[in-house]
Design a protein around this ligand. Structure first.
Ligand SMILES: [Zn+2]
Length: 70
């Protein structure tokens, strides 16, 4: 297999980049950081600004809101 080396390079590049999750409602910064390849399902994301817990899914930095409660 010739493409094995390329795969390793790709993985180590992703490891270093972290992104803050922004609140999907008020756009405020939360205290949760994710990687580009992080996958979250039914994650309770607390937003300190609107004081809501948003239940979210995250895939490839794309946030989907499922529900919200105080
Ligand atoms: Zn918020």
């Amino acid at each position: 297999m010739t493409n094995k080396k390329a795969l390793y390079t790709h993985v180590s590049e992703i490891d270093h980049e972290k992104y803050w999750i922004m609140c999907p409602v008020c756009n405020g910064k939360t205290r949760v950081q994710i990687y580009k390849n992080t996958i979250l399902m039914n994650f309770p994301l607390f937003c300190p600004k609107c004081k809501f817990v948003h239940i979210i899914d995250v895939k490839e930095l794309k946030i989907t809101i499922k529900s919200a409660r105080r």
